[in-house]
Design a protein around this ligand. Structure first.
Ligand code: MN
Length: 254
């Protein structure tokens, strides 16, 4: 038994040592998506964080600001995930008749989390709704209903499963996304009803679909980045999307 414990300890130390050698394993905070009484995060995001060699950390819903501070002090990176439409009241607009389901509890939780994360200068990665929430938080606006507000023949809301890419995205050369992905264009999935309309002050659009819709944003003065597509749905061992999760700090700080 003692022998077993010693060899397990050795294996654990070796694993930690070799991973620390290549990159730092980070604690990635993923907020509860506020879908009921129990904390929930979607497994695809959890798996993607693990696939990048990092540790997912669920942040359960709370209105207690001190509990939010305590949680955020423990993480290295904040990841905001996909979900419902964002209440347009957050950017001072009346709701469109085509606005879909919103989640005020989640909106207010994520706004509180963002306030603390920014104050603590935590790196932030927003995916889909997460990117839109970052844009709104910093003073940008959204297309409340993309089909009625921006004519396009690109299927931004695919019927195909999340692991199927449906449209191309072009990257700015001078961007963190380009530095990590090292490609001008890539095929991505697309499962969004809303999109960035006016970009928040201090941010710029670093990736676009052919129709001009923002598919990536970054802040140049803070380690904050967003993607409109869902890399967690496309990640596979060794593929280009895994780089986003593997090199989290590099994409955020580059
Ligand atoms: Mn899209």
């Amino acid at each position: 038994m003692k022998r077993l414990i010693i060899s397990l300890h050795f294996l654990l130390c070796t694993a930690l040592w070799s991973s620390a050698d290549e990159w730092k394993s980070l604690t990635v905070g993923i907020p509860d998506i506020c879908q009921g009484d129990d904390p929930i995060v979607r497994h695809l995001y959890v798996d993607a964080v693990r696939s990048g060699g990092h540790c997912p950390f669920v942040i359960p819903y709370t209105t207690d600001s001190l509990a939010i501070v305590a949680a955020l002090q423990r993480i290295d990176v904040l990841m905001l995930t996909g979900g419902e439409d964002i209440n347009p009241a957050l950017y001072n607009e009346e709701p469109s008749i085509y606005l879909e389901r919103t989640n005020n509890r989640r909106d207010s939780f994520e706004v509180k989390i963002l306030k603390v994360a920014v104050a603590l200068r935590k790196p932030i990665l927003g995916i889909c709704r997460g990117m839109q929430m970052i844009n709104v938080f910093f003073g940008g606006t959204l297309y409340q209903d993309l089909p009625s507000e921006h004519e396009t023949n690109i299927p931004h809301r695919q019927n195909l499963p999340k692991n199927k890419p449906v449209h191309s995205v072009g990257f700015e050369r001078n961007s963190r996304l380009y530095d990590i992905l090292k490609t001008d264009t890539i095929m991505v999935n697309s499962l969004h009803h809303q999109a960035v309309k006016s970009i928040a002050p201090g941010f710029r659009i670093t990736a676009k679909a052919h129709d001009g819709i923002a598919e990536g944003i970054q802040c140049d003065s803070l380690p904050i980045l967003g993607v409109q597509f869902h890399p967690e749905g496309l990640v596979k061992d060794g593929n280009i999307f895994q780089r986003l999760f593997k090199h989290l700090l590099e994409i955020l700080f580059h």
